[in-house]
Design a protein around this ligand. Structure first.
Ligand code: URP
Ligand code: ZN
Ligand code: ZN
Length: 457
């Protein structure tokens, strides 16, 4: 199977030029002007931009939550990802306390293997670091290609680890060249505020937001990067949402520490006014919560200043029926929101089309930096001879409206309902195969491949 893409504007993290791309056997074979090849399929990309397929480094597909699961499974979630130009997702495995990391891996393989349409990889969330789990780290990195680990500094009793465990995990992961990321919010302070609000009868979703003030994230972010400094590992902060946390990262760079930070598309676009809509605000109950307008400004500046490296989705949707679990008590609302399909187009519309970021920065934030940080570069995250032919043919001028009626995520509402955006993914190739074209999916479940990752650069 060969494909020739004619005359596209090829944009990578470093380049911007017009050329043809010839693809054979899943890979980019040649890039050049007026390529003289015959191909099984020809795509005319006049006036279109060609981006590397997006990499979403933070998704939760079919994630167990109490007696339910996040509502996109590996099939529906990765299909939606492809519609939105994301060709690789990194999903989170969660260890169960007192159980091994490998038993969690088996459980996650059971749900995902053979069911994805996009390519995928796993981070391992370590919720119980002890002598047994220490012994599993090396094999996860070297045999399974799971080179990134995550800890939670919140959710005491189920997910949270203490500082001693964070330090122990970092020391072990560092030995084998992996990376440690954190959900960096102060769990005990949040639990205190949740209990206080509930005891005083404040039970609506607004109090989810008010129970997680900026300081809870700033404090934990500072603590996480401090522990990383002592260990000597490069930390990665997931879903950084506010100015206070960004300033902890900024301050740490002053002592010449290297830190990777991720924000999510919702924190760049939405603000806390979404929590003034009564129970409807449950749609935006996620952790950290959506912040203030001044935080959006800080995050865009953080991107400009090179402090934020990736824009993820933290895709963790729950249907309205699932959100209703917390109708009488905000602390029972499942945390998370949908975004896997919208991330790339929203960042183009709000970032590139509004002149906040350049096209090259766009590629860095949506694909290249994640590929580099998480050990997939240059197989993924760029357009180069020998790389996987994961490509998005993008119309930068097409306007369209986001809606649950037209999205492909398994969620019966959209946090962006009615929002008009500029720029649309028209054709998406995954490893040289047409995955999306003419608003249709052309690959089936099982086409998506597990990506064993290397040691991050
Ligand atoms: O609210 C969120 N973000 N849910 C997903 C799990 C997490 O903390 O990332
Ligand atoms: Zn989190
Ligand atoms: Zn998450």
């Amino acid at each position: 199977m060969s494909i020739l893409i004619k005359n596209g504007r090829i944009v990578t993290a470093a380049d911007d030029y017009i050329a043809d791309i010839y693809i054979e056997n899943e890979k980019i074979k040649t890039i050049g002007h007026d390529l003289p090849f015959q191909a099984d399929q020809i795509i005319n990309a006049d006036n279109k931009i060609i981006f590397p397929g997006g990499i979403d480094p933070h998704v939760h597909l079919e994630m167990p939550f109490k007696e339910t699961f996040s509502s996109d499974n590996y099939e529906t979630g990765t299909r939606a990802a492809l519609f939105g130009g994301t060709t690789t997702v990194i999903d989170f495995i969660t260890q169960k306390k007192e159980k091994s990391l490998f038993s969690a891996l088996e459980e996650w393989k059971g749900r995902s293997t053979g069911n994805t349409l996009s390519d995928y990889a796993f981070h391992m969330s370590v919720t119980d670091f002890n002598e047994n789990t220490r012994g599993e780290i090396r094999d996860l990195i070297e045999k399974e290609g799971i080179t990134s680990f995550k800890i939670f500094m919140a959710y005491r009793g189920s997910l949270m680890v203490d500082d001693r465990q964070i330090a122990g995990l970092m020391d072990e992961v560092k030995k084998y060249g992996g990376i440690v990321s954190a959900h960096a919010t102060n769990g005990d302070l949040i639990d205190y505020l949740v209990a206080k609000n509930k005891a005083e009868g404040r039970l609506s979703p607004l109090y989810h937001y008010l129970s997680q003030p900026e300081i809870t994230e700033a404090e934990a972010t500072g603590r996480f990067v401090d522990i990383a400094l002592q260990s000597g590992i490069k930390p990665y902060v997931v879903h950084l949402s506010c100015e206070g946390a960004l300033n902890r990262v900024r301050n740490a760079t002053v002592r010449n520490q290297k830190i990777f930070a991720e924000t999510c598309i919702q924190y760049l676009i939405l603000d806390a006014s979404v929590y003034n809509r009564g129970f409807e605000s449950a749609k935006w109950v996620m952790s950290p919560p959506v912040r203030e307008k001044k935080d959006q400004t800080a995050l865009w500046s953080g991107i400009e200043q090179g402090l934020i490296h990736t824009v993820a989705s933290d895709h963790c949707p729950f249907t309205w029926e699932q959100k209703m679990m917390g109708e009488k008590d905000f602390s029972k609302i499942p945390n998370g929101a949908a975004g896997i399909e919208n991330r790339m187009e929203l960042l183009f519309s709000e970032g590139v089309a509004k002149n906040r970021i350049t096209l090259n920065q766009y590629v860095e934030l949506t694909a290249t930096n994640a590929a580099r940080i998480f050990g997939m570069y240059p197989q993924k995250g760029t357009i180069a001879v020998g790389s996987d032919a994961d490509l998005v043919v993008f119309d930068p001028g097409e306007k369209h409206v986001l809606s649950a009626k037209t999205h492909h995520m398994n969620c019966d509402y959209s946090e962006y309902e009615g929002m008009e955006i500029t720029g649309k993914c028209k054709t998406v190739l995954l490893r040289g195969k047409m995955a999306i074209d003419k608003n249709k999916i052309w690959v089936e479940k099982g086409y998506g491949k597990f990506i064993k990752r290397n040691i991050p650069e």
